[in-house]
Design a protein around this ligand. Structure first.
Ligand SMILES: NC(=O)c1ccc[n+]([C@@H]2O[C@H](COP(=O)([O-])OP(=O)(O)OC[C@H]3O[C@@H](n4cnc5c(N)ncnc54)[C@H](O)[C@@H]3O)[C@@H](O)[C@H]2O)c1
Ligand SMILES: [Zn+2]
Ligand SMILES: [Zn+2]
Length: 389
């Protein structure tokens, strides 16, 4: 089969790879009909995710048709059209039983590697390093899907691939990130990052009762898409201090909740950005937390901080004093996707949202290298790339 593989920083190639086969009785093999590039894939592309190996198949947002199935997958059949969760979960362990699917204790086959770095291991993910299981990803013609009975959702023929694909990740991610804001009706939510995750977070915050959403980025077309979703916007390059700008919009108090939908590769203008890059270079920190600092300093006293943005290792100059003394709450995590399959599919079917609004680029899988470059460099007004094998 053809698959998009990682070979080092800024180097992905579409290559011939062996077709996957059923290994476990809860596996399914999915013939991919549509796949996408996620902001999380850029952290791999940029060389920030440890334990990647040359030739690894990447990609974790995908859907398609089941073409083979293990004997213990009772609720799916060959021919079913499904979207696949990017987090792999057994459905029955201590964590899955509590709905904490992205920290399933059975799905990371390299759990000891992750535990050595993070203290405990989270779930395995598709196409996201050996630390997270070393599973082949979804930017491919075929994928082996472990725990297929729990990790897939059947989608109705009335909806197109483009309308349902993002149930795999970014729609649930934006929605869970909005839930993690602990929104009360009428609240003001500030969201850093108007990439695909930020876009779904904006729309989800309104679904959950926000009165006002303030979206922050510097890319004009992303800010425009945020306004199309009902947000007010700030181009952070035009203000001196973002927390002062936010105070002005919130009667001097600060937003009720603040979200970091940017993660470990945040841009930071001026000295802060320079110092973070220098610290990263000498390995004083692995991640650049400029937005994480901003969200903590900006949220109102007693407010909530939600962090869907991905971090991999260690950050420096974390404003712990502000966090403690002002009584803040912070929630984060890879998304518990399986929790959101049914309710968010229902919202799409009801016409409350059409997730395909975020797609700007439609490519063939063979064009993946070009897709990665265009998405990373935010060229040609690129916001979200989908690819057909
Ligand atoms: N928690 C999860 O399960 C999960 C799932 C999917 C994605 N993610 C993460 O969410 C983050 C966003 O993903 P995406 O697909 O939207 O990526 P993206 O790279 O398209 O979006 C990031 C956006 O942040 C903006 N940005 C950079 N620095 C900024 C700053 N200082 N202030 C404001 N905006 C700034 C960029 O211009 C860009 O528009 C990534 O870190 C990704 O890894 C997490
Ligand atoms: Zn993702
Ligand atoms: Zn589990």
């Amino acid at each position: 089969m053809r698959a998009n593989t990682w070979h080092g920083k800024n180097d992905v190639r579409v290559e011939e790879k062996p077709d996957p086969t059923i290994i476990d009785s809860r596996d399914a093999i999915v013939r991919v009909t549509l796949t996408a590039i996620c902001g999380s894939d850029l952290h791999i592309y940029d060389g920030f995710i440890p334990s990647m190996e040359s030739g690894d198949i990447i990609g974790h947002e995908f859907m398609g048709e089941i073409v083979a199935i293990g004997s213990d997958v009772k609720n799916r059949a060959v021919g079913d059209r499904v979207v696949v969760s990017f987090t792999m979960s057994c459905g029955v362990c201590f964590f899955c039983a509590r709905g904490l699917f992205s920290v399933c204790e059975r799905s990371n086959q390299n759990a000891e590697l992750a535990a050595a770095l993070w203290g405990h291991s989270p779930a395995g993910l598709f196409g996201y390093s050996h630390l997270l299981g070393g599973y082949a990803g979804g930017q491919a013609e075929y994928v082996r899907v472990p725990f297929a009975d729990v990790g897939t959702v059947k989608v109705p023929e009335s909806l197109t691939d483009e309308q349902v694909l993002f149930l795999s990740d970014i729609f649930p991610t934006g929605y869970m990130a909005a839930e993690n804001c602990n929104i009360e009706r009428g609240d003001t939510v500030a969201i850093w990052g108007c990439g695909p995750v930020g876009q779904f977070a904006i729309r989800s915050a309104f679904m959950l009762g926000a009165g006002k959403v303030i979206a922050i980025d510097r890319v004009p077309e992303r800010l425009q898409m945020a306004r199309d979703g009902g947000a007010e916007t700030i181009d952070y390059t035009t203000v001196d201090r973002i927390n002062e700008a936010l105070k002005e919009l919130t009667a001097g108090r600060g937003p009720d909740s603040c979200m970091d939908a940017v993660g470990m590769e945040a841009h930071a203008p001026g000295a802060e950005g320079f110092i973070d890059r220098a610290k990263q270079f000498v390995k004083l920190e692995t991640d650049r937390p400029a937005v994480l600092r901003d969200v903590i300093l900006s949220v109102r006293n007693g407010g909530s901080v939600s962090v869907p943005g991905v971090y991999g290792g260690f950050v420096d100059s974390f404003p712990m004093g502000s966090f403690v003394n002002r009584g803040l709450t912070m929630k984060s995590g890879q998304t518990h996707v399986q929790r959101y399959f049914a309710p968010l599919l229902a919202r799409i079917e009801a016409g409350e949202i059409d997730p395909s609004f975020v797609i700007t680029h439609r490519l063939a899988l063979e064009d993946a290298p070009n897709g990665f470059k265009t998405f990373k460099e935010q060229k040609d007004e690129c916001i979200k790339v989908v690819m057909k094998p």
